[in-house]
Design a protein around this ligand. Structure first.
Ligand code: C2E
Ligand code: MG
Ligand code: MG
Ligand code: MG
Length: 284
C-alpha cells in the first residue's frame, strides 16, 4: 500500500527512533549549515622538544562552536561525520583553517608547524593529496609546516590508496605522524614499512607510567624501537612532572599535554609562546 511504501521515508516520524538516533539525525542536518556558517574552529596544543625545551609546533584539534550548545568536542561528532560522509567536507575545512592560520602566523613572524588529524575516509579519497597540496600552494605555506596525524587502522584498512597518498605527501615535504600508538593493536611489525616520520605514544600508556610496570616498559621499548627506525617520538597526554622525568630519561623527543598547556584558541598562542620562553630564560 501507499502507506506502507511511505513508511521509513521520513525518519522523523518513525516511532521506533530512539533519542540517540534523533541526535544523530539532527547532527547530520546541522553539519552542512555549520560548515556554511564557519562554526568549526581549531584549537592548538603545543608540542615541546625536550632537548631544547622549545615549542616546535602545535596540534590542531577541531571544535564546533554551536550557537545554542556552546563548544562541542570532536569525540561527540567525528564518528557521526565519518558515517555520514560529512568528514570529507569537514576534513577539507580543517586543512584550510590550518593553512590560513600558518600563513597568518608566518606574517606575524611566528615560524611554526601545525599537525592536523586525518580520518581513514579522507585518506581513501583519490584526490586527497592534490587537495592538501593545493591548499598549501594557495596560502603560500611551505609544505614542511603541515603535518598529518593518522592512525594505524587508517592505513591498514584502506591500504593502497592511503599509502600512495601519504607517500606523495611525504615526498612533497609534509610530515606524517602515527597517532595513538599503543592504544589498541600495537603494530610493531608494520612500523618499518609505513610512510611516517613520527610516532605519537597514546595518552592511555602515558597515564599508566607511575602505576603499571608493564606499561612503563612498553613506553621505553616503543621509544627505543622508534629511534632505531629513525622516527621522532611524541608522548601525548603528559600531565605531571613525574611523567616528564620518566620520558626524558627514556629518550623521548617531544611531549604534549596539559602539563604544558591545554589546546587553546589561535589568539592565545602568541602570548603562550612569550610566557613559555620567559619561563625558560628565568630557569636558566
Ligand atoms: P587525538 O588526535 O589523539 O588528540 C589528543 C586528544 O587528547 C585531544 O582531545 C586533546 O585535547 C587531548 N589531550 C591533550 N593533552 C591531554 C592531557 O594531558 N590529558 C588528557 N586527558 N587529554 C589530553 P580532543 O581535542 O577532544 O580530540 C579527541 C580526538 O578527536 C582526537 O584525538 C582526534 O582523534 C579527533 N580529532 C580532533 N580533531 C580532529 C579533526 O580535525 N579531524 C579528525 N578526523 N579527527 C579529529
Ligand atoms: Mg592527534
Ligand atoms: Mg592521539
Ligand atoms: Mg585519538
Amino acid at each position: 500500500s501507499a502507506k506502507r511504501a511511505g513508511r521509513g521515508r521520513y525518519r522523523f516520524f518513525d516511532p521506533s527512533l530512539n533519542v540517540a538516533d534523533v541526535q544523530e539525525f539532527y547532527l547530520e542536518q546541522a553539519f552542512g549549515e555549520a560548515l556554511a556558517k564557519h562554526q568549526f574552529v581549531l584549537h592548538y596544543q603545543p608540542q615541546i622538544d625536550l632537548d631544547s625545551m622549545s615549542v616546535t609546533g602545535y596540534e590542531a584539534l577541531v571544535r564546533w562552536k554551536h550557537p545554542d550548545f556552546g563548544l562541542i568536542y570532536p569525540d561527540r561528532f567525528i564518528s557521526i561525520a565519518e558515517r555520514s560522509g560529512f568528514i570529507i567536507g569537514l576534513g577539507e575545512e580543517v586543512i584550510a583553517l590550518a593553512c590560513r592560520q600558518l600563513a597568518a602566523w608566518g606574517d606575524e613572524g611566528l615560524d611554526t608547524r601545525v599537525a592536523v588529524n586525518v580520518s581513514a575516509i579522507q585518506l581513501s579519497q583519490p584526490h586527497f593529496s592534490s587537495m592538501v597540496l593545493r591548499q598549501l600552494a594557495e596560502t603560500g605555506v611551505e609544505t614542511w609546516r603541515l603535518e598529518l596525524e593518522i592512525t594505524e587502522t587508517a592505513i591498514l584498512e584502506k591500504e593502497s590508496m592511503a599509502i600512495a597518498s601519504l607517500e606523495t605527501l611525504r615526498a612533497a615535504g609534509l610530515g606524517v605522524s602515527l597517532d595513538d600508538f599503543g592504544s589498541g593493536y600495537a603494530g610493531f611489525a608494520h612500523l618499518q614499512s609505513l610512510p611516517v616520520n613520527k610516532l605519537k605514544i597514546d595518552r592511555g600508556l602515558i597515564a599508566q607510567l607511575s602505576n603499571s610496570h608493564d606499561d612503563s616498559l612498553i613506553v621505553s621499548f616503543t621509544i627505543t624501537l622508534a629511534k632505531r627506525l629513525s622516527l621522532r617520538v611524541v608522548a601525548e597526554g603528559v600531565e605531571t612532572a613525574e611523567q616528564l622525568v620518566y620520558l626524558r630519561l627514556a629518550g623521548c623527543d617531544l611531549v604534549q599535554g596539559y602539563h604544558f598547556s591545554r589546546p587553546m584558541p589561535a589568539e592565545q598562542v602568541a602570548e603562550f609562546e612569550r610566557g613559555f620562553h620567559a619561563t625558560k630564560v628565568n630557569a636558566e
